[in-house]
Design a protein around this ligand. Structure first.
Ligand SMILES: Cc1cc2nc3c(=O)[nH]c(=O)nc-3n(C[C@H](O)[C@H](O)[C@H](O)COP(=O)(O)O)c2cc1C
Length: 127
């Protein structure tokens, strides 16, 4: 499987509803993932899930954002053509005026080689 290495200035953004269905993805996300925006909107975000990712990582992500906190972590995602790419993601809950969560937003940048190596090692120990 082919690895796509993010460019230094790539910034991959996506937004979901409260159930993780995609509402929006920016051009960098669409280009790297290999989908058009139309193909992504309305789909569950696990459309880009890579099988090497441990369930525990997403359990932690959802528990964190459902407690109205910000989650940071390393994610290996699949591309439409069967390749993969690593990101360092920050996932934010977006609130309305009375602090009810409306949507979630994820911003992703290029991780260092060392960060990827460490995440790979850690994720092999998780299920
Ligand atoms: C804003 C946001 C962005 C997400 N981005 C990704 C992502 O890039 N890749 C991914 O595999 N899961 C992402 N998820 C988590 C998915 O919703 C899902 O929990 C995960 O893919 C695991 O799939 P599963 O719940 O079907 O096991 C994101 C969730 C949210 C709320």
């Amino acid at each position: 499987m082919k690895e796509y290495i993010l460019k230094d200035d790539d910034f991959l953004v996506s937004q979901t509803d409260k159930n993780g269905n995609i509402l929006f993805a920016n051009d960098d996300f669409c280009e790297v993932a290999g989908y058009t925006l139309e193909e992504l909107v309305g789909k569950p975000h696990n459309i880009v899930r890579h099988p090497d990712m441990p369930k525990a990582a997403f359990k932690d992500l959802w528990e964190t954002i459902k407690s109205n906190k910000i989650w940071n972590g390393y994610v290996k995602n699949a591309t439409k053509d069967g390749g993969f790419y690593w990101v360092y993601a920050t996932v934010y809950p977006i609130f309305d005026k009375v602090r009810n969560v409306q949507t979630y937003l994820s911003c992703r940048r290029r991780p260092s080689k060392q960060e990827v190596a460490d995440a790979e090692k850690l994720y092999k120990t998780l299920s």
